[in-house]
Design a protein around this ligand. Sequence first.
Ligand code: C2E
Ligand code: MG
Ligand code: MG
Ligand code: MG
Length: 280
Amino acid sequence: RAKQQGKQQSCFFSQGLENDLNERMELEQVLREAIDKNSIEVVFQPQIDLASQQVIAAEALARLKGKDGDYIPPPKFISLAEELGLITKLGEQILRKSCFAAKDWYDQGKPIRVCVNVSALQFCSEGYFDQVFAVLEDTNLKTSLLELEVTESLLMQDVDLVEGILRDLSLTGIFIAIDDFGTGYSSLSYLKRLPVDVLKIDQSFVREMLDDKQSMDIVRTISDLGHSMQLKLVGEGIETAEHEQILKSFGCQMGQGYLYHKPLHKADFDRLVIQGALIS
Ligand code: C2E
Ligand code: MG
Ligand code: MG
Ligand code: MG
């Protein structure tokens, strides 16, 4: 009996493992193909100035479709690209598409800044600064219309290296945001000496703040910190008017979330935001 069960179990485990391997191989294939064809999609989620309700920036978010036609969660294919040593190339393609979009908005008379997520591995890779600059030159985008979103965990890596690259980027006029702020462990004294422009308050705190006093306190504390360091604050994951109202009461200047817009394909972004069609 026990033997039988053991056999069944090992059978179950190896089946699970095989599925995992197949899934990974399939994902790797899809990812390599997308990079070869430069076919990664990028969608844009508006960032709203809470006082004027105007769209002043947009976060670029990468999208990759699996063989079944469903989108694969970005953290999944981004981390695989990191593992396979493909993130530099993938990241450049995403950056290029993002800057190209922002240049087009600018040409249409709407200087909307594009905010691009940067993986820690890409950020620390040899020649990252040159890559960013080459893309800006090729797309003819002003530095002030590009914002790079880095994570708190990146700041904890090679401190001197990271600080140096941040400084070089910032000196050119590129904006620097810290994404998912509050989920990492960056020390305040370190943060203070970094050339950072924006703190993005992690959406988990925004989501939970109505039900959880601690989350509310964290949002208030981050807001106070942002003010004392003269940083712009962006509330992420705003889904209700109440979320917005609380963030505004803490002095948060900008917001991003489903209350305003989901991430949009470029054509929809242009129609809804740039041409201001009254469809939404
Ligand atoms: P993130 O940078 O914090 O991006 C915000 C995520 O929250 C996006 O998920 C967005 O679609 C989602 N979101 C926005 N508003 C709301 C809301 O009101 N409610 C809820 N529940 N969610 C909202 P997405 O696109 O699935 O991306 C997940 C994460 O994957 C990103 O988190 C980022 O860390 C990473 N990622 C996405 N695109 C890229 C990329 O091009 N490069 C890198 N390195 N990472 C990326
Ligand atoms: Mg982000
Ligand atoms: Mg600066
Ligand atoms: Mg975030």
